[in-house]
Write a protein that binds this ligand. Sequence first.
Ligand code: HEC
Length: 195
Amino acid sequence: MASDASHLVQRFGVSLARRAGLRSCAAAVLLVATIAACVAPAPDTAATAARSGSAAGPGAAWTPGLGELMTAIQLRHGKLALAGAAHNWPLAGYELDELAEGFADVQALYPVHESLPLPTTTLIPNLTHEALDDLRAAVDAGDAQAFDAGLESLTSSCNACHTLAHHGFIVIRRAAVVPEDGQDFAPPPARPGPR
Ligand code: HEC
């Protein structure tokens, strides 16, 4: 089980490093080593298992399950893609912040989760931090090409973690639409209309 996980981590670490453009072998090895170092002492997932997402009864505080948090992250990922495609950089920056907040919520509410071989506090930074930084730089520079590369790298991180979680059937791709047609993604100055 642990060796399975470490094999996966190694594979994903390497392909991620490659995708991230880490041409330096040392940098790739460091990334893999950082992640793999945490595989051996598998977290006691039974004892520290994430709280249930269901409310205990009337008046009980509702804690979103990991699936709910992920659904929100997915929506931000989709809106980020559409905002970037429309070159609406202020909106893209906003969605990027929201997406990062979603990952922060996952780490706060589910530092470990029974489906994952490593703490989310290890996995999320290691898998996503470079792509998020690249996306932030692309958004700040209004660089569509760098944005596309960053989004692809982020999307690969989503899928790498789903595979690690034995949820490889959840495949994220770049959204062409989001579930709701009720938001205009064009930047305001580009919007046609009466002046
Ligand atoms: C730290 C690992 C990790 C990362 C990174 C991650 N996910 Fe997930 N994701 C999971 C796990 C684990 C589940 C299954 C949750 C459960 O068991 O309820 C999941 C489930 C999902 C689901 C299914 C939700 C549902 O109920 O239909 C979606 C959609 C999703 N993730 C989107 C994303 C997107 C988009 C990204 C990247 C921007 C991402 N995830 C990044 C671990 C991750």
